[in-house]
Ligand binder design. Structure first.
Ligand code: K4B
Ligand code: ZN
Length: 263
């Protein structure tokens, strides 16, 4: 099945060597969400997402993905409700994608992989004062994951796609403003799965409440092709490597329960 292939593939294209020991290591991400094993929780409230496009600052290639970074010095762009007890501030969003449209997402639904996955990263501003503090704390982060499927062109995404050639190489950065990331959310954000997990890139800390949207968004084949024109490597390096397959292999669920906000 594809996910086995993608894990073999990840072996063939290891973005990084998976560390042997991970702190705790019993709530790692990503995972396969087995729908029939998820548990409906009627106490899960609707998500309240409030993003201010004026907090959008820059876009940069960090050598894993490209990050669109937001000013998180005030509570202007936040998420609360859903499984969250506190208010979380948006600090950045990024994507993971494959070398082709057969795989690329980090999470899967009943082993179904998607060509790409969006992560909107937030940190708990009720409890901490900086992302760097929250990233090592139990309930420090909340990441909203949205699957991407190939279909019609996503008008809102195009402004982002047009900026990508300027951050082709690792460590390149350009100003990027007035982008409202709510345009990347599906119409219905009330249907999601949620579970306790980790960052999927180093330091892999077990600080994340994952909120995985049931509904996907559509982007065009050509839009996703521009993601694949990015490079893992900096301008100085002799050998340039295409930024593709920047997903982590799936991790053991280890007795965790995945809750659903819908029946
Ligand atoms: N794929 S994911 O959504 O799980 C995700 C991955 C990375 C990040 C992220 O912004 N950083 C991870 C650590 N990094 C730098 C850092 C910061 C503090 C301490 C140590 C290192 C930043 C956030 C979410
Ligand atoms: Zn991610």
């Amino acid at each position: 099945n594809l996910s086995a292939c993608s894990s073999k593939l990840a072996f063939m294209h290891p973005m990084w060597q998976e560390p042997l020991a991970i702190p705790g290591g019993d709530r790692q991400s990503p995972i396969d969400i087995v729908v029939r094993k998820s548990v409906f929780d009627p106490q899960l409230r609707p998500l309240k997402v409030q993003y201010d496009p004026r907090t959008c600052q820059q876009i940069w290639n960090n050598g894993y993905s490209f990050l669109v970074e937001y000013d998180d010095t005030t509570d202007k762009s936040t998420v609360k409700g859903g499984p969250l007890e506190d208010q979380f501030r948006l600090c950045q969003f990024h994507f993971h994608w494959g070398e082709n449209n057969a795989w690329g997402s980090e999470h899967s639904i009943d082993r179904r992989l998607f060509p790409a996955e969006l992560h909107l990263v937030h940190w708990n501003s009720d409890k901490y004062s900086l992302f760097e503090e929250a990233v090592i704390e139990e309930n420090g982060l909340a990441v909203i994951a949205v699957f991407l499927k190939i279909g019609k062109r996503h008008e809102g995404l195009q402004k982002l796609v047009d900026a990508l050639p300027a951050v082709r190489h690792k460590d390149s950065l350009v100003e990027f403003t007035k982008f409202d990331p709510s345009c990347l959310l599906p119409e219905n954000i009330d249907d999601y799965w949620t579970y306790a997990g980790s960052l999927t890139t180093p330091p892999l800390t077990e600080a994340v409440t994952w909120i995985v949207m049931k509904r996907h968004i559509e982007v065009s084949h050509d839009q996703l092709a521009v993601f694949r024109s990015l490079l893992f490597t900096s301008a100085e390096e002799q050998v340039q490597r295409s930024m593709v397959n920047n997903f982590r292999v799936q991790q053991a669920v280890k007795g965790r329960t995945v809750r659903s906000s819908f029946t």
